[in-house]
Structure formats: structure tokens, C-alpha cells
Design a protein around this ligand. Structure first.
Ligand code: KG4
Ligand code: ZN
Length: 338
């Protein structure tokens, strides 16, 4: 049998990551998270580009070392072409091209959002893979989509946000509560001990399978402003209940659209992907839906939810099998639709 070693490189936002896959199995998965953005309450693009440039070589050396292979063993290089921040993407794209040129091995471009979905196909003991066709709910800091996945690279977006992404709804709500960036995981943490029905937040009316989250953060803002006027300590006194209510309301918005999508497509295999798929509320809601509606749900391992290069490498692996290689004139795409 063939020995395929794919080096995956991810640099679309604020994580510099490299991973080695051997025949679809992880040998290493390294992520350097950029701490520099924390003090600014969000990702600063200029600083992200510079940090990528600083981190990319060490991260790749580390990925090779912990996979216990040399760079001459690598069969092909897969990199994130987009979507993402242009400056960040340029670092990974240029580096991937140079390494591919130097090693004389194929270059493979990968769409970051497709990769989030394809993370479900990383060979992993004890994890079942979805069968085509399935629906993917991709929920991250930059995206919120329902995707009909007919094959590895045959994907159709059947619903998406018209404004903010769901991760932004988490992060901006957290900011209003005075929590540090990125606040999504913190809301999740406090939510576990709070009452989800303490403070209801509205479920916006959005047509079809689309989402809107810009009104959500506004309703959190108005709610908090109104309550703090009456009681300046409202947030600290009710933090767990507020977080639980925010999470409950966001999860309900997502689940309502998923139910609609299942009805429309007749597909009841659901995979979640992207940073927000680490959220315990959405994970629990899907496990409940398996029992309640007979859905078949696929929940990724935590390390494959937020940005990582293993997902880029698995996408690269499937393109490698098809000999779907890129040429050196390829450019990064900040907005990259599929
Ligand atoms: O996929 P990702 O790492 O980067 C993007 O491509 O955006 O997603 C990051 C997003 C952030 O908004 C972060 O707050 C959110 O995922 N996130 C969570 C949780 N873990 C990460 N949101 C809610 N609950 C979590 N446990
Ligand atoms: Zn992502």
C-alpha cells in the first residue's frame, strides 16, 4: 500500500498551525496560538501576519520532529488558501509554495471552511465518520453555515448568516459582560452552572435556512444596560445565569434552523464543525436530537474544532488521492466561496 505523508499548514487567522498525516492518521498536530491579540479584545490583522511569520518555521519543525519524520519524507504540502485575513493567508501560502518548490513535491490548496468539515474524516479510533450525503453546521468566529455535503469536495451552502457569525455573537456578548477575548469558551464555562431560562433572549425571524446574529448582541447589550442601571452589580451577581441564558438562546437559534434543514433536505445525518462546535450546549442539544428525532450526529474531537492544521492536511490527503494539485500561480483568497 501507498505511504502518503501530508504536511498541512494553517495560517488564516490568529493560529499558526502545522500537522503531519500519514495515510489519513495524525502523526503530529501543532498549534501556536497568538497571545498578542488578547490585550486588544480581538484579532489585530497586522500583528497576526507578523506573528505568523515568526512562528511558521518553528511550528513546521516541531510538526516534523514530533511526527518523527524528515522533510524529505513529505509527499505533498496542503495549505489554507482562504477564507481568512489576507496578510495571514499570504504567510502560509508563500511559505507552502517555497517549500513545495524546494522539495519538488505537489502543492495543494485547501478551503478553510471545507477543511473544518473534512476534519470528520481524520482516521481516529472510536470515531465514526459521516456518510454522504450529510449536513454540516459550520460554526466559527468568522462563519455560520449549513452545508449539504455530497462528497469530499462537493459541498453546497444551503444557509448562512446574513451578518455576524455565531462565534461573534458569543464573543461580543462576552465582551459586554466584561469577559476577555475570546469569550465563547468562558460563556460556555459559566453557563454550565447557570439557569438557561433565567433571561430569555429573542430568536430573530430570518427567512429560509439563514441566520442573523447582529441583533442578538444588541439585545444582550440593551438588557445588560437596563439591568445595570437598576443594579450596578447585576452582571457579577448573575453572571452564570446570564451566560447560561445566552448560550441556551444561541443554541436554540442553531437547532431551529437545523430542524428546518433536515425537513427540507430529508437528510438527518448532522456533523458540526468550527470553533463553536466545542460548545457544550450545542453538543448536548445534538445528542438529545439523536434520541428525540433519530438524527445521526457527528461531533468532532476538541482539538479538531478550533483552527488547526490536521483538518487542512486531511483535505489535502483527499485531494492528493485525486491528484488535484495546485500550480505556483495560485493566490490567497480572503473571501473564498466553494
Ligand atoms: O474556528 P475558530 O477557531 O476560528 C475561526 O475560524 O473563526 O473559531 C473561533 C470561535 C471564537 O469565536 C470562539 O469564541 C468560539 O469559536 N468558541 C466557542 C467555544 N470554543 C471556541 N464558543 C462557544 N463555546 C465554546 N466552548
Ligand atoms: Zn476556522
Amino acid at each position: 500500500s501507498q505511504n502518503i505523508y501530508i504536511l498541512g499548514i494553517e495560517s488564516s487567522c490568529d493560529d499558526t498551525a502545522a500537522a503531519i498525516l500519514h495515510n489519513g492518521k495524525i502523526l503530529s498536530n501543532i498549534v501556536a496560538t497568538q497571545e498578542v491579540h488578547k490585550q486588544y479584545g480581538g484579532v489585530v490583522p497586522e500583528l497576526a501576519s507578523r506573528a505568523h511569520q515568526q512562528n511558521i518555521v518553528p511550528v513546521i519543525h516541531q510538526a516534523l520532529a514530533s511526527a518523527n519524520i524528515g522533510k524529505k519524507d513529505v509527499s505533498a504540502i496542503a495549505f489554507t488558501r482562504g477564507p481568512g485575513l489576507m496578510g495571514s493567508l499570504l504567510v502560509g501560502t508563500s511559505f507552502a509554495k517555497s517549500l513545495s518548490l524546494g522539495l519538488e513535491i505537489p502543492l495543494i490548496e485547501v478551503n478553510h471552511m471545507q477543511a473544518h468539515i473534512l476534519a470528520h474524516f481524520i482516521e481516529e479510533d472510536g470515531f465514526k465518520k459521516p456518510e454522504f450525503p450529510f449536513l454540516a453546521l459550520t460554526i466559527s468566529g468568522g462563519h455560520t453555515q449549513i452545508v449539504k455535503v455530497s462528497n469530499y469536495f462537493d459541498m453546497e451552502v444551503i444557509g448562512e448568516t446574513t451578518d455576524d457569525a455565531v462565534g461573534e455573537a458569543f464573543d461580543k456578548s462576552a465582551k459586554i459582560l466584561g469577559l476577555p477575548y475570546p469569550g465563547g469558551p468562558l460563556i460556555d464555562k459559566y453557563a454550565q452552572e447557570g439557569n438557561p431560562e433565567a433571561f430569555p433572549f429573542p430568536n430573530p425571524k430570518v427567512p429560509d435556512l439563514n441566520f442573523s446574529f447582529s441583533g442578538f448582541k444588541t439585545s444582550v447589550l440593551y438588557f445588560v444596560q437596563k439591568q445595570t442601571k437598576e443594579n450596578p452589580d447585576f452582571v457579577t451577581e448573575n453572571l452564570k445565569d446570564i451566560c447560561a441564558s445566552i448560550q441556551f438562546s444561541i443554541v436554540k437559534i442553531l437547532m431551529d434552523k437545523l430542524k428546518k434543514a433536515v425537513k427540507r433536505t430529508g437528510i438527518n445525518q448532522i456533523a458540526i464543525a468550527g470553533g463553536v462546535s466545542a460548545n457544550s450546549g450545542i453538543r448536548n442539544a445534538l445528542m438529545e436530537a439523536e434520541k428525540k428525532y433519530g438524527w445521526n450526529c457527528f461531533i468532532p474531537k476538541f482539538e479538531y474544532t478550533t483552527d488547526n492544521a490536521a483538518m487542512i492536511a486531511i483535505a489535502g490527503h483527499y485531494k492528493y488521492l485525486e491528484k488535484d494539485f495546485s500550480d505556483f500561480s495560485i493566490t490567497a483568497q480572503a473571501r473564498y466561496k466553494f
